[in-house]
Design a protein around this ligand. Sequence first.
Ligand code: G1P
Ligand code: ZN
Length: 543
Amino acid sequence: MTQQTIQTQAFPDQLPGTSGLRKKIRVFQQPHYLENFVQSIFDSLYGFERETLVLGGDGRYGNLEAIAVILRMAAANGFGRVLVGRDGLLSTPAASCVIRKYQAFGGIILSASHNPGGPDGDFGIKYNTGNGGPAPEKITDAIFEHSRQIREYHISDEADIALHQVHEFTLDGMLVSVIDPVDDYAELMASLFDFDAIAAMFRGGFRLRFDAMHAITGPYATEILERRLGASAGTVINGIPLTDFGGGHPDPNLVYAKQLVEEMFSDTAPDFGAASDGDGDRNMVLGANFFVTPSDSLALLTANATLVPGYAAGLTGVARSMPTSMATDRVAEALGIDCFETPTGWKFFGNLMDAGKVTLCGEESFGTGSSHVREKDGLWAVLFWLNIFAVRQQPMADMVREHWACYGRNFYSRHDYEGVGKAGAEALMTELRARLATLPGESFGNLCVAYADDFSYTDPVDGSVSTGQGIRIGFEGGDRIVFRLSGTGTEGATLRVYLERFEVDVQHHEQDAQAALADLVVIADELAGIRCHTGRDVPTVIT
Ligand code: G1P
Ligand code: ZN
């Protein structure tokens, strides 16, 4: 039982992105790689001696081994206590919940979110601060700086680390509390939603299918939906977390949540279908034979929020990431509350929430959340919808159509070109940027450009400025095309093209989204030369 200081050499590639450091697991398996990054996190923090750290991960390949290393390093670096999920498990929103509930100094979450796992898959690590949200840029920049200069790290050589049951032990003087990963989170959900009304709806025959995609939400969904709310056994499918997610891609979208989507578009479709991702922060929701875009979902949650006990007093404001459709903006306008447009990535919402400026927020990438935690929250969104169903007693499709009739419909789709060459993708953005000044007033087909810019955001709380956040091209009438490069990919570059068409006329609301957006697809290629820069005729994923 001694604490050791190990000599090491810096790795030059430890730059955390919008969601922490994400690499192939093979990269993380290099000697000292994980340790260097963890030490760089600790070296970037001040005043954590004898404080509490929260620790858990999405259970992917390498999770438990990494948890053991981090526990030994936390002890050697002077933390007083670590709250760690049983078997090293904590969903991202549950980790955020636990950090807040126990007023921890911060937390480390091991996850590569929706990226595949297993020995050839991805791994990731991120640090969350005491408010429960992702570390702000000044901390992630400091981590990177430390990682470039690191010479040594501190680690305990204690080998006896038992995480398979809820109990407490000391590790080189540090208290380790192994907690049930679900309990605190389930209690928070019960405080926000009308569990009795939802349970009564299930007793009345309401049918839900929840696809956990062999990832972390399995235990959470089984406990909350089936055990506490009485949904029938088998409501949760793929509910056992597997280290490789069953070989699948744990991303809840129309392409990857195939089993769920097939059922929801069949004759025997349940009333409501939902899925979550690798670490439990994303959600996809569907009605019987009806897909709800994440942008529309946020707009409907906003419009219906006061039906839910936790939000009955109304919302202080809402926020959406820039590429998310503008459907929520009009609801906010009608409610007389602010709607903030932030750069992609969850961390920008945290400041707004800490300052009490927004209650709900969301991203087009299947992320929705509220100020109950400081991460997006997949199961929370599902419970929010269940509560709306319980009050309104209407099919999903009817609720969404009524919403469009009232506010207009934003046809929306994201086209991803994954794993394209970095140089080509960057040239595409550079060339487009160079043309921005001359685009306003120019016409494409029957659409005239109203504005074109490279999105920059000034945080209304701390005044920090984030530039280069994606190219927005807005047309007269409310249509929009957005171009940006992904910050989370691990291979080559990923170009994301976001297409949006605003339609007030109810007569046209039943059109297929891709058909409604066909003109914009052509214009996007005309504007950016997608084919010639990426060498691709079609996107890899359309959502
Ligand atoms: C993607 C999503 C973004 C989300 C992030 C983390 O980032 O687009 O909305 O916040 O994953 O889940 P991107 O790869 O586009 O940078
Ligand atoms: Zn995720």
